[in-house]
Design a protein around this ligand. Structure first.
Ligand code: NDP
Length: 328
């Protein structure tokens, strides 16, 4: 399939930050396990919005870098100090350098897959699923009857948030930018949708909630929506700002939160996964949700690894719904 010798692999590399055109598909050395690491042969790779921040430099990482934070595949090499994995284990990995045929991984970032979880399902559900589940269990513990506003409700994290909030008994209000996306959000747990190209978010939230606003607003859009999120939350409510799809949220004067005693949170998934106990807890709960059918994964498209540039063009164009994957 690929032309390479035994010491190099295909990977997607950024040498200089910029737009999707800076993603180079090229040969780089295959990583080797050291004492405490292992090497995974990636089969399916998750595309996440954060990959575009690493590419553009919004989240600065030293270059050259291999893009990507999520993959599923098999363990092909184990360092002598690693005790809990063996060659041949089927795993999912949440770490760096995954837009490549092989990744070197720390054991804390790797989880074994049971036979009934495919590489597609694993790479499509873990990063976005855990982001959504930690948000609705820890960030704001969603309760039956709550009104929850989910921005970008038809996106990767958004569709999962809609399904999880509905499963927890909440009324979900989703924002989307097209009627096609509205339909998908409604099919996945949203009870109300707001097409932001046609309607005013705050006005619609007030209509739906009798002027009270939402118990929580889950905002991965960032700059374009942050002030609406503060308007749309109710007194004593919670705003969780978890991403920057439209740009970063400018600095705020915290006194604005006192208008309604609003709780404001800015989480990052990796801080929920600091120990093996935490990893086991959150992954265990995610597998249960999947197994019980409480959440379903929507795969937008599986691209070849060499077409990572197209995947970035597509996710940034706002035309995608659900999850984008790469095949290595
Ligand atoms: P999505 O599939 O949700 O894609 C982003 C969506 O954002 C688009 O589909 C679009 O939906 C919406 N959007 C609104 N304005 C813009 C804009 N100007 N440009 C592009 N998109 C826009 O991506 P993900 O599910 O991968 O990620 C969603 C968010 O969650 C991101 O901000 C990401 O960084 C964040 N995230 C945060 C994590 C954390 O640990 N804090 C972990 C994982 C994700 P529409 O057109 O319908 O508005």
């Amino acid at each position: 399939l690929y032309t390479r010798n035994m010491s190099t692999m295909n990977a997607v590399v950024v040498e200089k930050h910029g737009g999707p055109e800076v993603l180079q598909y090229k040969q780089v050395p295959i990583p080797k396990a050291d004492q405490k690491n292992l090497v995974i042969r990636n089969h399916i790779i998750g595309v996440n919005y954060i990959d575009t921040y690493h590419r553009s430099g919004l989240y600065p990482l030293p270059t050259p870098l291999v893009v990507g934070k999520e993959s599923a595949g098999e363990v092909v090499e184990v360092g002598p100090g690693v005790t809990n994995f063996k060659v041949g284990d089927r795993v999912v990995y949440l770490g760096g350098d995954t837009y490549a045929e092989y990744s070197k991984a720390e054991p804390i970032s790797v989880v074994k897959l049971s036979d009934n979880v495919s590489y597609e399902t694993a790479a499509a559900s873990v990063l976005q699923g855990l982001t959504a589940w930690t948000m609705v269990r820890d960030g704001y513990p969603v309760k039956k009857g709550d009104y929850i506003l989910v921005h970008a409700a038809a996106g990767g994290v958004g569709l999962l948030l809609c399904q999880m909030c509905k499963h927890l008994g909440a009324h979900v209000i989703g924002t989307v930018s097209s009627n096609e996306k509205a339909k998908i959000a409604l099919e996945n747990g949203a009870e109300f949708v707001i097409n932001t190209n046609e309607e005013n978010t705050v006005e619609r939230v007030n209509e739906i909630t009798g002027g009270l606003g939402c118990h929580a607003v889950l905002d991965g859009v960032g700059k374009a929506t942050f002030s609406d999120s503060l308007e749309a939350v109710r007194r004593l409510g919670t705003v969780i700002s978890f991403g920057n799809a439209s740009g970063t949220v400018p600095p705020i004067n915290i006194a604005i939160l006192s208008k309604k005693n609003v709780k404001l949170m800015r989480p990052a998934l990796y801080n929920y996964l600091g120990s093996r106990e935490e990893v086991n807890k959150w992954f265990g709960e995610l597998w249960e949700l999947l197994e019980a059918g409480h959440i379903k994964i929507h795969i937008h498209k599986i691209y070849d690894l060499k077409d990572a540039k197209q995947a970035h063009l597509d996710i940034e164009s706002r035309k995608t719904t659900g999850k984008l994957l790469l095949k290595a």
